[in-house]
Ligand binder design. Structure first.
Ligand code: OAD
Length: 261
């Protein structure tokens, strides 16, 4: 007896590639998992060394910054030090290639590193800001402008101060209990509503509003494909779960689109 099924019926990666090849609008949503193989620990991964005693979800808040600004500033310096040597991995590169191969691929990321950009991705919607930018923490006219730390005022407390108003400066990232940048969020919702495939890579699906995007895509008629080595809060609702890491799965997936019409 021979197996009459086509490769896309037996191989989930082939099935996913087929959906991507047919899609006119693709949205990719990434989380910390896509950078894990670049050596950046995921957000819920236990911290090492001195920082092991802290819960990152408690430090990444405006309340923590108000109460202990130096601690939070140092936490972000520690995270910058972790990220500085990181290079894009095969997963980031495959997503950049996907954007070259298919028209209308929008990349939405929750990550605050810059590895997608450095892999060559374009049309990136950043939901949670960038760890490489710094801004004034007060409502001064420099609030929306990234600050160059060399222009900031040194402070005895160890956290630089805004050159315009003297308030503390902070990383330009979104913390828990804070709203996401309006424009980015509106663009992400619009993209989720109108895509025909959403590829969700390396996110636990625990943090809203980003975690709502796959559900919006699904209820708007899109196919939702997840890449994650572990089941996430989203796995039950996706159409296809490609179990494995970003660097393992994405190059295989995208290579199947090379030469697709
Ligand atoms: P999490 O740390 O919550 O989840 C990481 C996900 O990546 C998990 O589901 C892992 O199973 C998966 N994963 C781990 N290694 C992987 C790999 N090599 N390839 C693919 N997947 C892998 O990170 P996020 O979902 O991004 O927000 O967290 C969302 C937000 O929570 C973050 O952006 C951060 C945090 O609060 C802010 O900083 C505002």
């Amino acid at each position: 007896m021979t197996d009459q099924r086509t490769p896309s019926e037996t191989d989930p990666i082939a099935a996913a590639a087929q959906r991507l090849a047919q899609a006119d609008r693709i949205v990719v949503l990434t989380g910390a998992g896509v950078s894990q193989e670049s050596g950046i620990p995921t957000f819920r991964h236990a911290l090492s060394g001195l920082w092991a005693q802290y819960d990152p979800t408690q430090l990444a808040t405006p309340e923590a910054f108000r109460a202990t600004p130096k601690l939070v500033w140092d936490f972000y310096q520690f995270r910058r030090d972790l990220m500085r040597p990181a290079e894009p991995n095969a997963g980031h590169r495959a997503l950049a290639r996907l954007q070259e191969l298919r028209p209308h691929v929008i990349l939405i990321t929750q990550n605050i590193d810059d590895l997608h950009e450095r892999a060559g991705s374009t049309a990136i919607i950043r939901l949670h800001g960038s760890i490489w930018r710094t801004r004034c923490s007060a409502d001064c006219d420099r609030r929306r402008t990234p600050l160059d730390l060399r222009d900031c005022i040194e402070d005895a407390g160890g956290v630089p101060r805004c050159p315009a108003c003297g308030a503390l400066v902070r990383p330009d990232v979104v913390w828990f209990h804070e709203a996401l940048p309006e424009e980015a969020l509106a663009a992400a919702f619009a993209a989720a509503h109108t895509c025909s495939v959403m590829l969700v890579v390396g996110t636990s699906g625990l943090v809203t509003p980003a975690a709502l995007l796959p559900e919006i895509a699904r209820t708007s008629g899109a196919t939702v494909i997840e890449v994650n080595p572990q089941p996430s809060a989203l796995t039950q609702q996706v159409d296809l779960w490609l179990q494995g890491t970003a660097a393992q799965i994405l190059p295989r997936l995208v290579s199947q689109l090379e030469g697709a019409p």
